[in-house]
Design a protein around this ligand. Sequence first.
Ligand SMILES: *Cc1c(COP(=O)(O)O)cnc(C)c1O
Length: 365
Amino acid sequence: MGRVTVSLDDLPLRDDLRGQKPYGAPQAPLPIALNVNENTHPVPDDVAADIVDSVAKAVTGLNRYPDREFSELREALADYLGHGLDADQIWAANGSNEVLQHILQAFAGPGRTAMGFAPTYSMYSLLTRGVGSEWIAATRGSRFEITADDAARQVREADPDVVFLCAPNNPTGTPLALEVVEAVYEASHGIVIVDEAYHEFAPADTPSALSLLPGRERLVVSRTMSKAFAFAGARVGYLAADPAFVDALRLVRLPYHLSAITQAAATAALRHSAEMLRTVSDIVEQRDRISGTLDALGYDPYPSGSNFVLFGGVDDPHDTWKRLYDRGVLVRDIGIPGHLRVSAGTAEETTAFLDALAAIRSERS
Ligand SMILES: *Cc1c(COP(=O)(O)O)cnc(C)c1O
């Protein structure tokens, strides 16, 4: 139909976006999708029915804009997080990616810098560049660990406006000790974000950076309903911080950014948080089974406090990725030479992955 196509080079794109690559985890309709760290268990039927009821009520009111302050959802999220948090310390948006974007829009922007410890979540640098800030890649130890002294030193030297700490880290699974958060906060003059997207998968006695919030007005802890909570498709992420910090985010969000449907669905899901989280222990069991089996197969799995495992010892990651793909198993080639990342699925999915990998291993040897 008379479609004229030009290349990106023909458009007046911002200079600082030229040559950048968009976030690109492949989405392929394979039977075993273990590539983006979702909870692969479906929403339980009774919870789904209650969510549908709540959404149905919201639908009749869609002629009106939603509650701009999403008060009921914030109350529910404050209750869920505990730690004595109040609703005015909570912010939410369409996925924690949007929450992180709000933080960068308010506290980074042109002429400012944001830092993370590479390899880490690829969206941090994309979001940073998206708001016109400079990305600084700090380094980790040989097994991707971060120590308090080394992290504080790197933060002191670069003095970034925003620091990202991913706890546990994606894509490596590496847990993060609270003393690192404390040291980085002391060393920094800017905002310190602790991204606890996978916190629910850590051992039950793992302290959250939420416990460090009192008296630290530049500290913010972000969470998501996308992972343990099995709600990735609904797009709900949130954070806890000082009420003044939350106020700042109102300057940059779009009006009514959380739809009435999203608010209703998320609030309903949170009424069933225990049930929504019931699969976590099973997923952790599958994660540990993955680590044990990979080790037995001669790969090099890294310790993980999340629902995925990074493993080294992969001679040709792209070839292994493709052979798994051809067997209907989607994992993630995150671009670390010699490594692949796999999410823990249901017992059946996990078995399918491990069997496929063992078959590939024997084909190649
Ligand atoms: C998956 C993930 C998120 C969640 O993103 P949503 O936008 O909430 O789906 C945030 N941070 C990290 C490190 C992640 O891996």
